[in-house]
Design a protein around this ligand. Sequence first.
Ligand SMILES: Cc1cc2nc3c(=O)[nH]c(=O)nc-3n(C[C@H](O)[C@H](O)[C@H](O)COP(=O)(O)OP(=O)(O)OC[C@H]3O[C@@H](n4cnc5c(N)ncnc54)[C@H](O)[C@@H]3O)c2cc1C
Length: 466
Amino acid sequence: MPEGKRKNVVIIGAGAAGMSCAATLAKHPDKFKVTIVERMAVTGGQATSISLDKEKYGTDWMNDGVQGGSQIFKHTFNFFKKYGHEPQEVKLQVAFGKGPDGFWTNCFPSPLVDRFSKDIKKFGRVLSLIKWTMPVMGLIPIRIMLRMFFFNKEFGEKMVFPLIALFLGTGNQTANVSCAILERLFDDPNMKLWDYDSETLLPNLPTMVTFPNLHNFYEDFRKDLESKGVDIRLQTDVTEVVQRNSKGVILRTRPFDPDANNRMGQHTGFDTKTETFDELIMCVLADDALKILGKTATYKEKFVLGGASFYDDITITHSDTAYFQKHYETHFNDSLCASPKSKEQEQQIAFSKGEQRGPEDEPTGFRPMYYTKSYASDPKKIEMSFDCTNYQHQFRMDHDAETAPVKYENHVFQSIFLDKRNRDDLWTIDEIDKDKIIESKWWHQLGHRWQHYVRVVPGMFPFPSA
Ligand SMILES: Cc1cc2nc3c(=O)[nH]c(=O)nc-3n(C[C@H](O)[C@H](O)[C@H](O)COP(=O)(O)OP(=O)(O)OC[C@H]3O[C@@H](n4cnc5c(N)ncnc54)[C@H](O)[C@@H]3O)c2cc1C
């Protein structure tokens, strides 16, 4: 096909979405000439890695944003494998809440799970009801559903909200998340992270996956796409769509200095230029997309993209064990454990105490990776944390973790403080020892409120054009 017949496509954003979109189009070089414009100096978007002191922490790198996922992420794993970066399986261990009245885990029985055993069973029946009455009940926010079915208020605050917040990344918007997403999380084979457990809500030690070094992966991905003819323009900011019509798309771009500011509209004095393409694909966050589209946004685009709400959160990556132990239950403790009611629960306790190996020969011991803390003054809101040393595989694999485990005082933790508007009232960020902070990073996170499922989800369906 002559050069003139190829579509000149521009993709804005080189995160997971932009890179995978480019990979698909690059399979048809006869049809598409592909350009990616990315404001940062590297590809990968929110999937970033940082360096660590190997002597101290047992490995020289960690992923500091995206860390892992469930076994359903098939497309992601295919890309990892293609470039020789293997994800690794890990048995999920959680530690939610603090003290015998607030704590529960999926590793051993706890008084809290005993107390809410009727609510947990009812929760399973309500999930089925949501499924069969979709989409009607699907639109209802979780907090309303919990009230409608007379669930114990603390069951919502101590078990449901922390669980959903952490795994869906919905943070402090969890109470407003629609029931549709809740049902899918437990039931949709293409989305579910684990099976609903009628005894404990979250099953014992389900398998999850931790990601390879995402910086290295995206470097290999970038080089491969470039070798296939994709033009990847880093440190270039798209400031506005000047025109969009049947004649094509005109973008205004300018060089971007990531160190100066990583949000739009803060730069002055750079040379801007206009560039013309045939087609535009936006792989940026919805609010950024709306800003870039500016006056060219259609009514529908404004309605759909404007329906997504974003919150500014900060992650503190640190090794402050004192902070962690003050706010979370980090080790097995008899007062946190309920009497076993079955042989299986006896084994779970023995595993958690370090007396025997777990299912599939899992090395013994309670070593949670996911943590949440509910704020006493507003129990619907939480702080989320990770013990990255227990979670990310390289901390175990870069040396023999069983014979030479990283000392607990050298564990790397990550605490996520949600929605900066809560900073003054709720956050305990200032308690973290500044000398033990490895990195602080702000993120702009989508909150899946119920409005998301009214405005954004239906709006994104690829309805056939008339
Ligand atoms: C703290 C955190 C932890 C997470 N943990 C996990 C996890 O463990 N597992 C998981 O599966 N998911 C996780 N996620 C979600 C995951 O990161 C995202 O779903 C995914 O990375 C989004 O990819 P994307 O390509 O849509 O967007 P992004 O990665 O945000 O990519 C968008 C890109 O567009 C660029 N851009 C924006 N505006 C412009 C412009 N005007 N001009 C040029 N370029 C522009 C940005 O610089 C960015 O590189 C996490 C997210 C966060 C914030």
